[in-house]
Design a protein around this ligand. Structure first.
Ligand code: 5GP
Length: 126
C-alpha cells in the first residue's frame, strides 16, 4: 500500500488559492485558517502545505523542517487565541481524524484546534 494524495481535495484547492479561506496564520510550510462549519467558538484548522493525506503520512514522510514548522505554528495559534491553560487560557482540544474509522472527510492532513467552550469528554463509551 502507498499513500495516495488527491490533488483535488478542498484543502489542496485552498492552498492553490482557488477557494478563499479565513487565514489565522501562514508560514513557508503551514497554513492555519478558520473552519467553515465551526464546532466551537474557536475552530481553527492547521494544515501543512505539502501533499500529506493524514497524520501518519505527515509524521512518516514530511521533512524535519515541515514537522517543526507545523507544530510551532499550531502552538502559536494557541497563543494567538489566548487558550493556553498555562498562560491563563481556558484550554482547548487538538484532534485529527484519519481514514474510515477516524471519519476523516478531507484527505489532506489537518489538526483541529477547538476552543471557547467546554468540549465535554472526547469520546462516548460504547
Ligand atoms: P475532517 O472530518 O476531515 O477531520 O474535518 C474536515 C473539516 O474541514 C470539517 O470540520 C469541515 O467543516 C472543514 N471544511 C470542509 N470544507 C471546508 C472549506 O471549504 N473551508 C474551510 N475553511 N473548512 C472546510
Amino acid at each position: 500500500m502507498a499513500y495516495i494524495y488527491d490533488e483535488m481535495n478542498i484543502f489542496a484547492r485552498i492552498l492553490r488559492g482557488e477557494i478563499p479561506n479565513n487565514t489565522v496564520m501562514e508560514t513557508d510550510h503551514t497554513l492555519a485558517f478558520r473552519d467553515i462549519a465551526p464546532q466551537a467558538p474557536d475552530h481553527v484548522l492547521v494544515i501543512p502545505k505539502g501533499p500529506y493525506v493524514n497524520f501518519d503520512h505527515f509524521s512518516n514522510v514530511a521533512s524535519d523542517a515541515e514537522i517543526v514548522d507545523f507544530y510551532r505554528t499550531a502552538g502559536t495559534v494557541c497563543a494567538m487565541l489566548g487558550i493556553e491553560p498555562s498562560m491563563g487560557g481556558a484550554g482547548y482540544r487538538a484532534i485529527t481524524n484519519a481514514g474510515d474509522n477516524g471519519v476523516q472527510e478531507v484527505p489532506h492532513y489537518h489538526l483541529h484546534i477547538l476552543a471557547g467552550r467546554n468540549l465535554g469528554r472526547m469520546l462516548n463509551r460504547v
